[in-house]
Design a protein. Structure first.
Ligand code: PMT
Length: 402
């Protein structure tokens, strides 16, 4: 009875995947959780409330006003009672409402009123899922601390294939258990994480940078904070929000990142550098916009500091983990960086592989330790990959540091 004494509120929206949520509820109940269910009006067209009532042994909440004994306080009492909210399948409509602060039915009202973690499991047609507005809403909610589970890729109800399927019930319940009972195995660790690109100005309107979105480094920061670590995140310019409980220091250039990192370094036990630091900057940055002329232009670049290499020289007993983005000879190049920068481990991603590297929500990584051992991992979400990196970091520490 792993979830005994835990209260989970499951919000079911109108989508064909609603039938899979029946199994989610059944599994949660078997683990001992106390489960309440809220169904939207459209959800009831896919699955009868009676099915959920039979499994949860509770009245299913279907409308703000249809249960007079509850209606005036129910959304507040459920919002307070919940240890975790799960919204599955979460439709584009519900995601849009939550992102805009619209509370016009029982589910959106209760979620708006809760302080519990909210786990959102989107499921919809893949074109809808990739729609720019839906993606913006998801990013906005992530930035506000809502937790998303990536949809699966595969054949959809309408016969086409793509990303948008509800993950298997067992995976949804695994993630819920992880959120309800986080392993605080990194408690006591003071972790410094870097993320995102750096931006090197050429003039006031142009810069040199790269495609890093910050997602990988932010996932490391989020995973570490969830596992109890004290996390400082030094981030280049990105458009995602800082994970809950993490101290964020925002920078632009490699030199600013270096200054921030060196300032935080003495107080940390370990560093994970996922940032894609620009290796070069314009040697003569212009204060004024450079005017177009009829001639070609040559911009002389000078080297930026290698932040991780500097840390390698002064690391002491700290654990240093780098990342490396490669297009060829992944392990060979990664191993050279371990030596050159005096690292304990490096996380190598081949950025030519689909689903890996810059900008994606997923990654395919190899974790390479100083002793040459390689942990080769398949495609997974950046958050899952982050946990794997932290598992290895913890093994290296042998509990001597934290
Ligand atoms: O941000 P996302 O869109 O999620 O993308 C993730 C990522 C691809 C950026 C990430 O997974 C990744 O690979 N980050 C490191 C990219 C990189 O710059 O690799 P590198 O091989 O150039 O550098 C090796 C290591 O040295 C890195 O830890 C880097 O932070 C560090 N470095 C590099 C240059 C420099 N001047 N100073 C540094 O500290």
């Amino acid at each position: 009875m792993e979830l005994k004494d835990k209260s989970v509120v499951v919000g079911v929206c109108g989508g064909i995947a609603a039938y899979k949520v029946v199994e989610v509820v059944s599994r949660l109940k078997k683990l001992g959780a106390d489960v309440d269910i809220i169904m939207t009006a459209n959800a009831q067209k896919f699955v009868a409330p009676l099915t959920f009532r039979s499994l949860s042994h509770r009245p299913v909440i279907t409308d703000m006003f249809d249960e007079p004994e509850y209606w005036d306080i129910k959304h507040i009492s459920l919002a307070k009672k919940a240890d975790l909210f799960i919204i599955a399948p979460a439709t584009a409509n519900m995601i849009g409402k939550l992102a805009s602060g619209i509370a016009d039915d029982m589910l959106s009202t209760t979620v708006t009123a809760t302080k519990a973690p909210v786990m959102i499991v989107p499921a919809m047609n893949h074109d809808m899922y990739s729609n720019a507005v839906v993606q913006q809403n998801i990013e906005r909610l992530k930035g506000l601390g809502y937790i998303f589970m990536e949809p699966d890729t595969g054949v959809m109800a309408e016969g086409t294939s793509g990303k948008g399927r509800l993950p298997e019930p067992a995976s949804i319940v695994d993630m819920a258990v992880g959120l309800l009972k986080p392993a605080c195995d990194l408690k006591g660790l003071r972790l410094l994480v870097t993320a995102g690109p750096t931006r090197e100005n050429i003039d006031p309107v142009r810069y040199i940078s790269n495609y890093s979105s910050g997602k990988m480094g932010y996932a490391v920061a989020q995973a570490a904070a969830e596992r109890g670590a004290d996390v400082v995140l030094v981030s280049g310019p990105v458009s995602i929000g800082a994970p809950r409980g993490v101290k964020l220091i925002s920078v632009n250039t490699a030199n600013e990142m270096r200054d921030a990192v060196l300032k935080e370094f003495p107080d940390c036990d370990a560093v994970v550098m996922a940032a894609a630091v620009a290796d070069y900057k314009a040697a003569e940055g212009s204060q004024l916009k450079i005017k177009k002329s009829d001639d070609d232009m040559v911009i002389r670049l000078e080297k930026n500091p290698d932040i991780l290499k500097e840390l390698g020289n002064i690391k002491g007993s700290r654990i240093l983990a780098g990342f490396c983005a490669e297009t060829d000879h992944l392990v060979e190049n990664a191993m050279k960086k371990v030596e050159a920068k005096n690292l304990d481990m490096i996380v190598a991603n081949d950025v030519t592989m689909e689903g890996a590297g810059f900008g994606t929500d997923t990654n395919i990584i190899k974790i390479i330790k100083r002793d040459g051992s390689v942990t080769d991992l398949p495609l997974m979400s950046k958050l899952a990959a982050a946990h794997k990196v932290l598992d290895q970091l913890r093994l290296i520490s042998k509990n001597e540091i934290f």
